[in-house]
Design a protein around this ligand. Structure first.
Ligand code: OAD
Ligand code: ZN
Length: 246
């Protein structure tokens, strides 16, 4: 990390009230959860259109449930890392919001209260017919596909599939428009509307700070770019911030 940048970012944060962070799979990579688009990415070996769309689910609910069951088994023992923790601790100092594309619950587990889960949560199921939903942590599932205890219809994971509307989208845009600082952490910024948020934030006057090991479409508009692993970058930034706030 460039020393001058860190100093400037700390100054910026000292004068900020509302801080938001858009996060993606990269923030959970160091917890051992694979990203989507990199090598060893999650879609590898699975037909994306089949396992992440309503049509695919209607065609073959068993295949889709097998895919999610596998992901749940993989995620079961994964813990939040230092990057999740720093964002949670930042709630002590700022009107802090995490807008995540991740479905792994790690921000909440790290203690963040203000979390928008744009793409849902892999630990929540909802009925495809009635209003039933539940938190479900069984891994592996004993019944595939699981059925609604209220009406007997198919349950589905409460995650957002291609073509579906993301959760709390208006609130997310509202936060982007009213942030002083907008972090973009560990996302390839290719999936909309999430990927539009940094651009909106910038248009409305926020300073945009990208934390990623690689460049993305957001790099072009970022006021600061911190190239590196989310855990390392956020840990050293937070250390400097705490010193400055004392
Ligand atoms: P991607 O897999 O597309 O991108 C992960 C990003 O994290 C890349 O830009 C990496 O460079 C970066 N990265 C990897 N390890 C990192 C680390 N240790 N520190 C910092 N950055 C790191 O994941 P997303 O952008 O989250 O949607 O993908 C967005 C959406 O695409 C997902 O939410 C999912 C998928 O379709 C749905 O399932 C609806
Ligand atoms: Zn039902």
């Amino acid at each position: 990390m460039e020393e001058q940048n860190i100093g400037e970012i700390v100054e910026l944060l000292k004068n900020s009230k509302r801080v938001a962070a858009l996060t993606g799979a990269g923030i959970s990579a160091e917890s051992g959860i694979p990203t989507f688009r990199g090598k060893g990415g999650l879609w590898e070996g699975y037909p994306v259109d089949k396992v992440a769309s309503v049509e695919g689910f209607e065609e073959d609910p068993e295949l889709v449930w097998k895919f999610y069951d596998e992901r749940r088994v993989n995620m079961k023992d994964k813990k939040p890392n230092r990057a999740h923790e720093v964002l949670a601790e930042m709630e002590k100092y700022f009107d802090m919001w995490v807008i995540t594309q991740n479905i792994d619950s790690l921000h909440t587990m790290a203690g963040s209260k203000n979390v928008i889960e744009l793409h849902g949560n892999i630990w929540r199921f909802k009925c495809t017919v009635c209003s039933y939903n539940e938190m479900n942590y069984e891994t592996p599932l004993h019944e595939i596909p699981p059925r609604c205890p209220k009406c007997g219809s198919l349950l589905r994971p409460d995650v957002v599939w291609f073509g579906e509307t993301v959760n709390e989208v208006e609130k997310a845009f509202e936060i982007a428009k009213n942030s002083d600082v907008f972090f973009v952490i560990g996302t390839s910024a290719q999936v909309h509307p999430a990927a539009s948020l940094p651009f909106i934030a910038k248009d409305y006057g926020a300073k945009v700070i990208e934390i990623n090991i690689e460049s993305t479409p957001v790099s072009v508009i970022a006021d600061y770019i911190l190239r590196g692993k989310a855990t390392e970058v956020l840990d050293s930034l937070f250390l400097r911030l705490q010193e400055a706030l004392q």
